[in-house]
Design a protein around this ligand. Sequence first.
Ligand SMILES: NC(=O)c1ccc[n+]([C@@H]2O[C@H](COP(=O)([O-])OP(=O)(O)OC[C@H]3O[C@@H](n4cnc5c(N)ncnc54)[C@H](OP(=O)(O)O)[C@@H]3O)[C@@H](O)[C@H]2O)c1
Length: 490
Amino acid sequence: MICIPIVGPTMDRARKDLDACQQLADIIELRLDLIENCDLPLLLKEAGKPCIVTNRCKMDGGQFAGTEEERVDILRQAIDLGADYIDIETSTPGPLLKSILENKGSVKVILSHHDFTRTPDDLNPLYDLMSQLPADILKIITYATDINDNLALFRLLARAKKDEKQMIAFCMGEKGEVSRILTVQQGGWLTFGSLETGKESAPGQIPAKTLKHVYRVNDLKPESKMYGVIGDPVSKSMGYLIHNKAFQETGLPHVYVPLLVQNVSRFFSAFEPYLGGLSVTMPHKEAIMKPLSHIDPAAGRIGAVNTVVRNGNGWAGYNTDYSGALKALEPHGPLKDKNVLIIGAGGTAKAIGQSVVDEGAHLTLTYNRNKEKAQELADQLKANLISIRDVDQATVDFVINCSPVGMAPNTNDTPFPARLLKPGMVVFDSVYNPMETRLLKDAQAAGCATVSGVELFVHQAAGQFELWTGKTAPIDLMRQVVEEKLSPKE
Ligand SMILES: NC(=O)c1ccc[n+]([C@@H]2O[C@H](COP(=O)([O-])OP(=O)(O)OC[C@H]3O[C@@H](n4cnc5c(N)ncnc54)[C@H](OP(=O)(O)O)[C@@H]3O)[C@@H](O)[C@H]2O)c1
């Protein structure tokens, strides 16, 4: 179930938001502490869904400013009004908590505990203590300071399932997103989603629309496998849009989540039993190779893995930037004996450079500021190295930009002078934001064929999907998702 909190701040706003969340929410939480001059009877009447009434004190992350007696009195009113659920904190003074638990009538009580700073290693003592009270649902929410904290909550959910107890459990914060997404699949009673960005009632809350339609949290099955991208940062990654759509389109029950990881080995050894496969982004493409039992030869030559695939009892690493670049270039004929010029000497240049060299192209790398780094890559790829000032257009068939030059917000910049472009050249820009870079516009104007960074992105993602699932990737749909996301908004 997805629960949308109604956070005011006015009665008028709360009523409008109740109306707006009807299509998305399975259940609603009325956060009385966040709604000024709250008219509880009216909100309960207009809710249109089962309601949890919550009146959070400051210590538990709320805004209620009165005394504890006053706070609990309002919960009593909710019981008298016949609310479906009330939420009361374990931190409530004993006699007040007892009076609620002993006089709750037919209202179900959620007994909650929040830790806004960390996730204790062992949550069992807290669970034991809370289990002794006659509440209907236990709620333990902690803050993830490390991605592995989420697993403590998964373990708690497994225990609650065994004990046949209803439980709400996940982590807050950016590192807690994975447990917000997977808690229902792991046996949790509900997850919270904001009505829209800016209406979160706790850190790391994901929009309900994304939970429902992108992650499909209500449709995940016990057999659904977890895929995801590990990196730091991962908040800008588009992988969750493209891969979840591909799983949905191909009838697979799996889910793909962002995983903000700092320590790769620690993450991998703890999460491995939960994983179906991984995408790997900066800065972990080298570190991830260590725990893998097999490295694809091309990924080995590049020295970087961007895809992790289950391989019998072990794990294999691949580089789909390598294969994706070749797919993106495929419509422009074989690369054998063609002269390819690459701008940039980072991770993308390494993967694409290796791919074109393996296809038999003659590779030249250019530098314009850091010759040493470019020289290192040129030596590794057995490529020529020249200054960008010394490029002779007559000797170039393909220009591939593997630098970030031209990326938003610097969309007027280009890594390659327009005067060096000529008809018949193929110009491939790995930058995909904007989709049509200044380099690609100049290239079209000069009569060159062009390949956008979107093609690289889509083909490397399609390669990952195919390695994970053995199914053909719905590539047109994947491209559509990326183009929609990158299209300038009005
Ligand atoms: N389409 C896709 O799927 C996809 C995937 C990955 C990356 N990309 C694009 O590729 C770009 C590079 O990614 P990466 O992972 O290879 O990054 P990276 O490892 O940081 O390498 C960037 C390279 O570009 C050079 N560079 C940076 N600013 C420059 C400038 N102003 N003029 C000339 N060279 C400059 C850097 O040289 P220095 O050593 O001098 O800094 C470095 O060699 C990204 O920005 C992204 O837009 C696209």
